[in-house]
Write a protein that binds this ligand. Structure first.
Ligand SMILES: [Zn+2]
Length: 320
């Protein structure tokens, strides 16, 4: 069963919104776009892994996606944790195109089609550290001892994985997601009886979910972008032109001629991701690039955003 489902990562949405709203020539534009693409690829990888895991028998396993747990060293994150009576399994998901070479130390190097090399870090040490921190956390909370396995699963079947020195840790740990179910079967067959009862497992799952903390990021601060650098206005959903003009209760694109009744929604969504989830009439006029107080009010009321505060200090809560 799924104990904690795979959510759309807010950081990915924030980074994507920022990449849309930075001018091409902005000094952070390339970096933000690259990160946005990486986060989207990572999320797609996790989605495809979640699909593979949906073939596991419901009653024998509890699957927890995207855990972020606080310990003595700050937060540690686990992409996917699988709980079974016999073992726990940490799965770190990688969605990387091209060829990935592992050296004798577990260091991963990506070779692109153009022959460029990218250092991806030491994946083996990364999962070893997650293992160590999860084990320590469980001991601190008096959970029974249970074997903790770990895997690095590549979600893109076209990725070529090379184990340069035939390192057994690499061959035991790094897999394509297609081998995941076989691996899980292997771990299950080692000990038929298990270390944890179903009740203990349910308790551990609930305890982990309770300890999970979402990561709230001030995305502008993260990239040292000034709020004045964010592009204002409503994007045309037809051609991407900025800004559409408000005319006769519609949004009109002067580039492709498209019209829209609700193109402001995407802009307000971007505002909530980049700036904050409440907006005043003045801020809405400035961000949507409309002149009239009544026009902005009508748009905010039409979308039924909850209102807080009185006339002059009224704010609208942007929930999508
Ligand atoms: Zn257009």
């Amino acid at each position: 069963m799924i104990g904690k489902s795979l959510d759309v990562p807010v950081l990915m949405l924030q980074t994507e919104a920022l990449s849309w709203r930075l001018a091409e020539h902005h000094f952070k534009s390339k970096e933000v776009s690259k990160h946005a693409k990486n986060l989207r690829a990572g999320y797609n990888g996790e989605k495809s892994l979640a699909f593979t895991l949906s073939f596991l028998p419901e009653s024998s396993y509890i699957i927890l996606h995207n855990l972020r747990i606080y310990d003595a060293n700050g937060f540690f994150q686990i992409d996917t944790l699988i709980l079974s009576p016999q073992f726990l399994l940490i799965v770190e998901v990688k969605n990387i195109a091209g060829t990935v070479i592992y050296d004798e130390f577990g260091q991963a190097i990506r070779v692109t089609k153009k022959g460029e090399e990218d250092n991806l870090g030491n994946h083996i040490e990364q999962v070893n550290l997650q293992h160590f921190r999860l084990l320590r956390w469980m001991r601190e909370h008096d959970f029974s001892t249970i074997p903790i396995e770990k895997l690095i699963a590549y979600s893109n079947p076209n990725t070529i994985i090379k184990n340069l020195m035939n390192n057994t840790t690499v061959s035991d740990t790094v897999i394509h997601k297609e081998s995941l179910l076989t691996k899980i079967d292997d771990y299950s067959s080692i000990d038929k009886f298990g270390c944890m009862s179903e009740q203990e497992l349910q308790f551990l799952s609930a305890f982990l979910i309770n300890a999970h903390t979402t990561n709230k990021v001030d995305i502008l601060k993260k990239y040292q972008v000034e709020s004045t650098d964010i592009l204002r206005g409503v994007f045309c959903s037809g051609c991407g032109f900025l800004p559409m003009i408000r005319k006769n209760a519609k949004w009109v694109c002067h580039h492709c001629g498209a019209t829209s009744r609700n193109a402001h929604l995407e802009a307000l969504w971007h505002y909530s991701l980049l700036v904050g989830n409440t907006i005043s009439n003045r801020q809405a006029r400035e961000f949507l690039q409309v002149d009239g107080i009544q026009t902005a009010r009508r748009l905010l009321v039409k979308e039924q955003f909850k209102q807080i505060g009185n006339t002059s200090g009224r704010r609208y809560i942007l929930i999508f």
